[in-house]
Design a protein around this ligand. Sequence first.
Ligand code: 5GP
Ligand code: MN
Length: 338
Amino acid sequence: MAVPILDKNDISKLRSHIEQAQRIVITCHKSPDGDALGSSLALYSLFQAMGKLVNIITPDMPPRQLNDLPLISRITINSQNEVLAKAIVERADLIFCLDFNALYRIDRLGDTIDKATAVKVLIDHHMGPDIACDIMFSFPLMSSTCELVYYVIRDLGYKRLMNRTIAQCLYVGMMTDTGNFTFNSDYPEIYQVIAHLVSFNIDKEWLYNLAMNTFSADCLRLRGYAINEKMQIYEQQHAAVISLNKDELTRYNYHKGDTEGLVNKPLSIPGITMSIFVREDNDNIKISCRSRGDRSVEEICRLHFGGGGHLNAAGGEYYGPMDDALALIDKIIKELKY
Ligand code: 5GP
Ligand code: MN
């Protein structure tokens, strides 16, 4: 994947919308990760530097480990303050939808955004965008929304407004969505972006520890338990499943974000090319999938779990008892052609 060519018309339309806008709203997907928050905070900082009234509204709380990201205290959380979030969205002239491809990915905030009369802009790298926006920058082959935001800023002619905070935030999303530059990062141009970000004297090691290497003792024990006691290997199908039910999560004092990245662990076993993680949440069962090569987990999540994502990283949800979800996954895996 080389650098995407952003449509010149869209860029110049976006530039004039930004110039005219006074109130800007930025939203990203639920359970926001480093890319969702990094891209949101970077644009927040940019628009602040331009003197705009700008708000970030997330559907729900960011995970604890990202609490130290710059400016994170400024966000409004829809699930905690829906009345305020609605009022902010209603008054906005311009809304940015970052790192999601469909309104159901932002929960109840989706309805608020759908009804808003503001000009809407999508910047995203998930497959199959299904959202009505006036301007769409959708590039599924990009490493991250953060990288895409960098090109949007560059093409808008706002590179001169970039600062250390913006560079740090963009770096976080590029780092987390590529597994610290392991996957989706094989094209040389991405490192030209990184070279520019690093020139702002960002603290790479601090950002890595903050976003990818901070775990509480309970969280580490939960992950150990999940791998030790709950990982099921399907030798024939080269697949693995880890599941955690509510009782198990409670036993380890589970907090949101504690199982982040756990789904990747089975892929470190030679020969395993697909991994599925199943977690019993309050209202539903969250499914997270990862694969290697051309095995598509996007298709599995789309067809069976009302979700989607990317070829090698996708997610979805199951509504029903945990045992039924696990039985369905068992069936799906056994029917896989490999
Ligand atoms: P994760 O497994 O880390 O939650 O998500 C992996 C990838 O799949 C991410 O790019 C994420 O945005 C996407 N994804 C996760 N859950 C869903 C879902 O319910 N629907 C869709 N469309 N994508 C999802
Ligand atoms: Mn992303």
